[in-house]
Design a protein around this ligand. Sequence first.
Ligand SMILES: [Cu+2]
Length: 569
Amino acid sequence: MNKQLVAGLFFCLLPAVAIGAQYDITVDKVQIDTGDFVEEGIGYNGASPGPTLRFKEGEVATINVTNNLDEMTSVHWHGLILPFEQDGVPGISFPGIKPGETFTYEFPIAQAGTYWFHSHSGFQEPNGAYGAIVIEPEDREPFRYDRDYVVQLTDKHPHSGDRIMRNLKTSADYYNRHQQTVGDFIGEAAEQGFFATLKDRLMWGGMRMMKADVEDVQGFTGLINGKGPAQNWTGLFKPGERVRLRFINSSAMTYFDVRIPGLEMTVVQADGNNVQPVTVDEFRIGVAETYDVIVRIKDEKAYTIFAESMGRSGYARGTLAPEEGMEAQVPELREAPLLTMADMAGHMDHQGMDHEAMGHPAMNHEAMDHAAMGQREVADEGMNHEMAGMDHAGMGHSSGNALPTDPFYASGSGLSPVAANGGKFLSYSDLKAQHPLYEERDPTREIELRLTGNMERYEWSINGIKYEHADPIVLQYGERVRFKFVNETMMTHPMHLHGMWSILDVGEGKWNPLKHVISVAPATTVYMETEVDAPGEWAFHCHLSYHAAAGMFRKIVVEGGPEQRGGNS
Ligand SMILES: [Cu+2]
């Protein structure tokens, strides 16, 4: 695009310093055509997604961002390690970019890999304000490939972000089409008996949650690089080639399960960092995560890239083909998963502690045990039993075929991923760093962060407190903090720390992978550690757009360090 090498003649004299890359980016209103609908959205340089920005590790990036909107904007460089004033979060890193203004970002490119950028203002990101970043390493890649493509997944919705948020606030299940119906009840009652079914329903109703609460926002069209399933984005290859696919999930709200029927995928990078290669048939990509995979394609035929949403309410589809216009069969969506008691366990465990935070102290007793149940015995044998079983043995009653267990899901979770072909599904526990970036050392302290919410009111919070009422989390430069995420909700939250790496604890010590998003499944506890090596003020939040906006967000202040410019104490 507008990339100009400004190395000039200094490059020959000072090879270590002077190379740089410059981009000019405009923020514009654009028309987004998904093939299902056309909607006005926001894009960069006249398109959504915007351009792919390409850099080389070690150079200095200069990016001029001109705001052509009639509202404030911002650009956040997701996953990039940079000075905090360049991070692009209004109210934390800088004031934002006014209409008509050009803001120049300038920062050294200190890493390689696949990343992305997006607006951090209002709902501009769900409205289309995103693009990809590809950074070539200084040294050679540790794996071979013949060509590479960005595969940017998004979930374009016919409603604007503001409208979606209003609707969710009015009725949290506004966009949930998978709610069970009276028909389902009758069918289930016939199979499982009337009382068992009734008990089940009353319990979920009492919890103000539904088994189908896997996705907050349905009704979107899944896109790959801006193209809907019918428009079929296509990446070309020659038989025998190794193709690197840089998957980026830029969705507002959607987790995708990704597979390419007929091809194995070797995962070589997660969130921009190289991992020890692991070959899988399918992987789940959380909102804001990236995975780079390499596929080796021998046959001269087309293959479908199929990314179905975790809740099976939509999909993105593209094609790898030797020639433009070829297509392969497009799989059907699998049956929608239902949450189980195991996914509710975190919520139940902590209720005693959470009365105020949750906002409805009466919920557990009145609603469940007595009033709603009507019949005492039902409450007694039903609730209490199942709750007890759930907390300890962890739903060990694998009815029928035992599902493969993934330690990053509650045992017995309805969300436990299973590969469509019965093969290998990537787990976080498969991710091991290729080269540890930090020496292993004991954390200086642990910070517990409970992921909390009230699904009925569409309130989302951390430790029961919404962003607007929360104090910042203060870290000291030079410490190594262990974060303990306890998900007390029934939704999966992709937690994103800006400015510093999230070292996901998969039990591999110094080989634990470095990430920028840690997905925490319902009723699970996940640990990550952070070397606090970046002074300044940073954002830390759930990357589901409407959860972050509703309050699942924190400011992090790093005190001390080399470039701390006084004032924050
Ligand atoms: Cu969330």
